[in-house]
Write a protein that binds this ligand. Sequence first.
Ligand code: ZN
Length: 443
Amino acid sequence: MPAVSPAAVPALLARNAPLRRPALAAGLLALLPVGAACAQGRPAARPAPAVPASHATVREALRVLRADNAWTLDQQASICEVPAPPFKEAARAAEYRRRLEALGLRNVRIDAEGNVIAERPGSGGGGTVVVSAHLDTVFPEGTDVKVQRSGTRMAGPGIGDDCRGLATLLAVARAYDRAKVATRGPVLFVGTVGEEGAGNLRGVRHLFAKELAGRTVDYFISVDGTGLAVTSRAVGSHRYRATYAGPGGHSYGAFGMPNPVHALGRAIAKIADLQVPSSPRTTFSVGIVQGGTSVNAIAGEASMDVDLRSESAASLDSVDAALRRALDAALAEERARWPGSTAALTLKVDTIGIRPAGSQPDDAPIVRAAVEAGRSLGFTAPTVASSTDANVPMSLGIPSITMDAGGDGQGAHSLEERYDDGAQGWLGPQWVALVVATLAGVR
Ligand SMILES: [Zn+2]
């Protein structure tokens, strides 16, 4: 995994613990046979982690997940009817805590940021696995969150993203308990806050910066989304609001001074022409423009919201630097256009959100574990890139993935969101249960 550049993630590093390379090294070494580590500086091919699919208790847990699939769907629908607007996840968090406690998990608590954390102790000798799903939705307070059900289908805001993940965690914890699965490493079940949009991953940042700062986390799994793919690469994003401002004035009477709207136009023209690599995929977009008060006035202010993304921290840095050059050049050009004017023109750049990029090779043990576990359940899980809670631990060097939770989802982030469990929705929870057991080890 490439180290994340400190320049790329100032906001992250300001709030997070130091990079945790030792945890990564320990996690990888635990899965390497003695003597398999780097020969002459070249990493040896890593063996696939052993998936304990035929272990008696694990088999029983998988059976429970399939047999009690209706329980999982009931959890999914009912947790979704507890609203969880951005920054207002407390009601759903309290209910999630209650359900985790009812399943017999230990040390169930809500941390200072609002994350729900529950622990299932290990028997000793295995890695610590954090498996999480996010509590928050994109829907504002007052949204009707009633879930409509018909056979295997459900409709309601957030039903797939991420009520499916929340229900999957509950189902896995319950199946482990029923089947008396004894993992070697402890498993932490976590409901995070602030995954969506403006939440800017605040829950998972807090988790690693504060709540679990004193602990080695060997593996992190976010269960988020529907289908059966695994996110092994984290798409990072930098989002800014750039504002040009000046005194403004009458369009005719004050003509001859720098115009913030014109400066914004110059900047947008430069951004539109930025060159970015197609691999690693790197993107830019001006999403919102605002400014001005009247057709016959030089605006006092004009702003735009810009979104930059990449799978590569270096490419994200580089498009970020190009954006800043474009903004500065537009400022200089608009000032130079009116050399006789004493009116000021300023540029301010506010950070809306920073999500760190991160990637792992597809032969990383945690990715292999997910792919191999899928294979043993009879499907091939594609590896994809996305922006999820796993961005944060991945950027800190902790082996991390995001797993889909089965079924089929449509219309995420819309009021018409739908979920269909189909004929084999239970494969999602089975897959998560098997991957957690693989990573934590089973006695
Ligand atoms: Zn989500």
